[in-house]
Design a protein around this ligand. Sequence first.
Ligand SMILES: CC(C)(COP(=O)(O)OP(=O)(O)OC[C@H]1O[C@@H](n2cnc3c(N)ncnc32)[C@H](O)[C@@H]1OP(=O)(O)O)[C@@H](O)C(=O)NCCC(=O)NCCS
Length: 154
Amino acid sequence: MIAIRQFDAKDLADILQIEKISFSHPYNKSTFLHLLSAYNTGFLVAEHDGKVIGYIIYSADHSGAIVSIAVNSTERRKGIGSKLLREAISELISRVKTIELQVSANNIDASVFYSKHGFKPSGIMKNYYPDGSDAILMKLNQAKFHAIQRAWQS
Ligand SMILES: CC(C)(COP(=O)(O)OP(=O)(O)OC[C@H]1O[C@@H](n2cnc3c(N)ncnc32)[C@H](O)[C@@H]1OP(=O)(O)O)[C@@H](O)C(=O)NCCC(=O)NCCS
């Protein structure tokens, strides 16, 4: 059984492992701690058998943002990323009208994942990442989210 719950400091070791295998420029411990201390930031983890197998960080300021999400490579395509994203969206959408994120133009898997959850490309940021790749901006608005939520429930 997979539980989605709030981050706890003892989760950091598992999260750093997931981060290392998921990104070419992984966040380090101090970046996570900095994000955690930021105003209006949410941090959820997915836990299975006492082990953290995925996480999501999101924020709500004027608009909402998905800051980062990753699932352990052995646990992907099992719906865990979707559980985390849905939980974050449900929390954000009651507070903001739009949720935004950036995804590397090279990260087709994540683009497909976000599209499946109703995010639409809304712009491009040239040379955004340290490796020189572009970021695709994606947005989800409240109306689209409610339509998708009805589809999840049907
Ligand atoms: C993106 C990520 C979080 C998705 O997590 P996940 O648990 O595998 O996602 P889910 O199982 O909930 O997938 C939901 C849907 O997204 C799409 N999707 C997810 N991974 C995909 C892939 N590798 N290729 C194509 N479609 C994919 C599929 O439509 C999938 O539904 P399906 O399995 O029924 O076909 C995960 O691949 C990951 O950690 N990637 C590395 C980190 C990363 O790139 N994060 C995003 C940074 S912007």
